[in-house]
Design a protein around this ligand. Sequence first.
Ligand code: 5MM
Length: 364
Amino acid sequence: MNRRRLAATAHALVAEGKGLLAMDESTPTCNKRFAAAGIPQTVDARRAYRELLVTTPGLGDCISGAILYDETIRQQDSHGVLMVERLVAAGIMPGIKVDTGAKPLALHPGETVTEGLDGLRDRLADYALLGARFAKWRGVIALGQGLPSMACIRANAQALARYAALCQEADIVPIVEPEVLMTGNHTLARCQAATADVLAAVFDELATQGVALDGLILKPNMVLDGLDCPEQASLESVATATIACLLEHVPAGVAGIAFLSGGQSAELASARLNAMNIQAQYAWQQLPWPLVFSFARAIQQPALDLWHGDASNRQEAQEALLHRALCNHAALRGQYDASMEDHVVPDALPFRPARLAAPGHPGL
Ligand code: 5MM
């Protein structure tokens, strides 16, 4: 393990003003999203959509890394260029989802444990050759009556730590994603308590496995009320609860924190990330890690809806993706506000969507 290289990669992933684009939907998940949008569920449609994402002009100014699925990391675009090459040319690091999904946890109805450790050492070596600089593994924790069980928390925490150790052995930065789901009618306090238990277990297992904290990124859920909870906390309350939970359970040595969106709307995810970064600026003690984003649905969904599987909507969809990236970029500085949703881009941002019209960009 090359600690210096791991730390350099991890810090580059959370470099100022940048976050991650999660585009690692497994084929069943991608097909589900396509089906909901009335898009054919074919290899060609997935290629066209992902080509649209990775060739969005200007994306590399706000996006440090893109998490890919196995199909995409091996795939060429319609011009015969590897998707990975497109990303590297745009200044975006390629990463890879390596878990093989959440499977039912024996003796624990309603709970899952994420699998994928078998053969992982060999798969990581293969992915490194294909250009992956970092990886991702997601453990899923459901809340409900009597849930989560300690069995579920520990099984997922141990799998995350064993995955992270294998990644670092291969000089690949692990993104460690323990997700407490939003599904349910639980309160914010309940989510905070469960997230605290999960983070404590994850960092305990990471320490046991000897994982280097400065060579990993944590990808947690925000602390939120359940989707069906009648009360929904304010942006400020979400930010306060999330930061308190992280400060208590995430060691200062971790390179960065990149939130998942978990089914929040694109606008709410940006607004909550923004509220956290405002509080971080005014915290009595500076936070030890940057708070960035690693969104899938909250950054992609508007683009997917506009594209609709039709090549003539490609540029509009790219504009929508870039727009979300810009909103989240602003949120990292506490400069996002709802008026940005009218496509007004503040001068403080490093570039403008007008660059989308730049002639001669590959893939346009
Ligand atoms: C929680 O899901 C991850 C983040 O996405 P959101 O921001 O939409 O919550 C996401 O990276 C997820 O792990 C991938 O989409 C892969 O999901 P599946 O279910 O296909 O393994």
